[in-house]
Design a protein around this ligand. Structure first.
Ligand SMILES: *[C@@H]1O[C@H](CO)[C@@H](O)[C@H](O)[C@H]1NC(C)=O
Ligand SMILES: *[C@@H]1O[C@H](CO)[C@@H](O)[C@H](O)[C@H]1NC(C)=O
Ligand SMILES: [Zn+2]
Length: 378
């Protein structure tokens, strides 16, 4: 991604967002019981069943890219069987492939309340790109964005049962008519391909997957009388994680005024989790320092170029979680597995999970279970 001036037209579009949905905070006891600190196995860089398979070069159209895509499919099919999985395909020429059409494949997984058909569900949408840059040769892109993909996978798995419980209870206790009318949100994951430029970042040499998907979803209409006109309209909030997972603790500004409310919720949650001692990484830092920034303050006139751009340009509200100063190994061969600070990766996953749980109003939907003992490292 790249930092650039936001055009006036874009800024105007971006402010015409959907009304934010209700949001309800989790209780301390739910957080303590349901979001314990020990998940280390997922994120082991050599054997972690979620993270390790992503830590290979993943250039679009290559065998390794297919391997990572298969890993996503296997994970959701195996561990999240209630989710719908889809791969959206497109092709494009690139500055470095001559006449060749390079394939781009976006991974899409979603889960919605079972009584609602697709055009009637708004989605909290968690997004990261899974491709890696073509050079330097052997580039892994551990923070860019292998780790963010893994954070999202682990996060959605940790709240999946609560979604089941919530919806079952709603079906048992609400009459059909009211159910139809209920405004329950679904959860959606996008792992986008072709974010990186092949030659150098331009409007046409970057975010290949995101551009293809935004285009598709803008024109694919839901049936008449659906709540939402298109798949694009049904994105309640587009949360994009990028360049996260190094131990450098780089602050993330609130980039956009129309999603500042969501940034503030996330920042409050970060603050709470730190105060409760649930973070494993350096607890003296703050990732989201603009919690108290006023809504009418001036938001940066700059905006980071990234996968959210084609969505924002069509009016989708986006929360862009990317530090304003990039990690020191950004786009260098050193952005490899060892560069990751695993406690930071785990903490981001925890924060993402708790945010999604609050966004989907899952308080009270986690089954009662004995308090999980905090796992202390030896
Ligand atoms: C594919 O991934 C493997 C690691 O599993 C790596 O050794 C190999 O170099 C990668 N291939 C390409 C073309 O990057
Ligand atoms: C995308 O291509 C794959 C084969 O590579 C295919 O299995 C899948 O169904 C395609 N997706 C769509 C939406 O057509
Ligand atoms: Zn990058």
């Amino acid at each position: 991604m790249r930092l650039c001036r936001v055009t006036t037209a874009l800024a105007v579009l971006a402010s015409t967002c959907l009304k934010p949905n209700a949001y309800s905070t989790l209780s301390d006891s739910t957080i303590r019981q349901r979001f314990p600190r020990s998940q280390s196995r997922d994120f082991d860089i050599h054997t972690g069943p979620i993270l390790a398979p992503i830590l290979i070069p993943r250039v679009p159209g290559t065998e390794n890219s297919t391997k990572v895509l298969d890993h996503f499919v296997r994970f959701f099919q195996g561990e999240l069987p209630e989710w719908n999985i889809e791969v959206q395909n497109s092709t494009s020429k690139t500055p470095t492939h001559g006449n060749e059409d390079v394939p781009f494949r976006n991974f899409i997984a979603s889960r919605r309340p079972p009584w609602l058909s697709d055009g009637h569900v708004g989605y909290l949408t968690l997004v990261a790109h899974y491709d890696s840059k073509i050079e330097p040769v052997g580039f892994i892109g551990a923070t860019d964005s292998a780790a963010p993909c893994a954070m999202i996978m682990s996060a959605v798995r940790s709240i999946d049962a609560a979604m089941t419980n919530k919806w079952q209870k709603m079906q048992e206790t609400t009459d059909e008519f009211e159910l139809e009318d209920s405004n329950a949100l679904g959860l959606q994951v996008l792992f986008l391909d072709g974010e990186e430029a092949f030659h150098s970042w331009t409007a046409t040499d970057s975010i290949y997957g995101a551009r293809a998907l935004a285009d598709d979803w803008d024109t694919a209409m839901y049936p008449a009388r659906s709540t939402y006109k298109t798949k694009l309209n049904s994105i309640d909030l587009f949360v994009l994680l990028d360049l996260l997972g190094s131990g450098e603790s780089l602050p993330i500004p609130s980039w956009m005024q129309n999603t500042h409310w969501a940034y503030q919720h996330l920042a409050k949650l970060e603050h709470r989790l730190r105060k409760m001692g649930l973070f494993k990484s350096d607890n003296s830092q703050t990732w989201l320092p603009e919690k108290d920034k006023k809504n009418d303050a001036i938001f940066q006139q700059t905006m980071m170029q990234d996968d959210h751009i084609p969505f924002v340009a069509r009016g989708v509200p986006a929360l862009h979680l990317i530090p304003s100063r990039f990690p020191s190994q950004w786009h260098r061969i050193g952005d490899n597995a060892e560069y990751l600070d695993i406690p930071t990766v785990e903490d981001w996953s925890l924060l993402t999970a708790a945010f999604a749980a609050e966004y989907l109003e899952l308080e009270g939907s986690f089954e009662q279970a004995p308090v999980v003992k905090r796992h202390e490292e030896l």
